[in-house]
Design a protein around this ligand. Sequence first.
Ligand code: B16
Ligand code: MG
Length: 219
Amino acid sequence: MFKAVIFDLDGVITDTAAFHFVAWKKLGEKLGIELTESFNEELKGVDRIESLRRILALRNQELDFSNEEKAVLATEKNDYYVTLIQQITPNDLLPGISDLLKDLKKNHIKVGLASASKNAPMILNQLGLTNAFDTIVDPATLSKGKPDPEIFVKACEQLLITPSEAIGIEDAYSGVQAINDANMLSVGVGDAETLSAADYVFSTTANLTFEELMHIWEL
Ligand code: B16
Ligand code: MG
């Protein structure tokens, strides 16, 4: 039996992608760069500064800004994003997640969070989930972002288990790669084609139950 489940946040526990999109779009307008929803998909799981770099690269403008200027732009986006996420409530939990977290606790399975988001503690608080996690990796302590496995390996270390005893759940292609390279069982949530590298894919979190995880573990 697995000993822990390590969750991604954005796209697995709640859907913040639309808020990120609105905030980046506003910054993009100021910079004269138009952002599309399909491009926003590519930013899932990608940290803040790297997201900005990719946005500037759309217009070959990455080299037009110093690191200090990029930091100011990223902060501007984040300030707007933080105002947007104030509206998140426990009703914004994705389907099935509340029951899954309760079942994991009931069965003494440890629960960790491996999110690239520096706003994760605030979002968990808004969702009423601050006490639901045994550990949260602080992304500021990482040397590499997803798809590097560091964040998932660190979550396991913090829970005092080995990665082979854990399941990782992700909605992003880069996140699934990170779980696989951490040597954990990978579960994707979303499009089966995009997430084909995952050991198992659920189309929606509504199907992500404790029973299903036990079933997959035994396959
Ligand atoms: P922040 P995850 C990621 O979260 C988001 O998917 C990604 O779009 C965002 O840029 C990143 O967090 C950083 O977020 O600006 O709040 O620090 O999917 O890893 O939970
Ligand atoms: Mg995600």
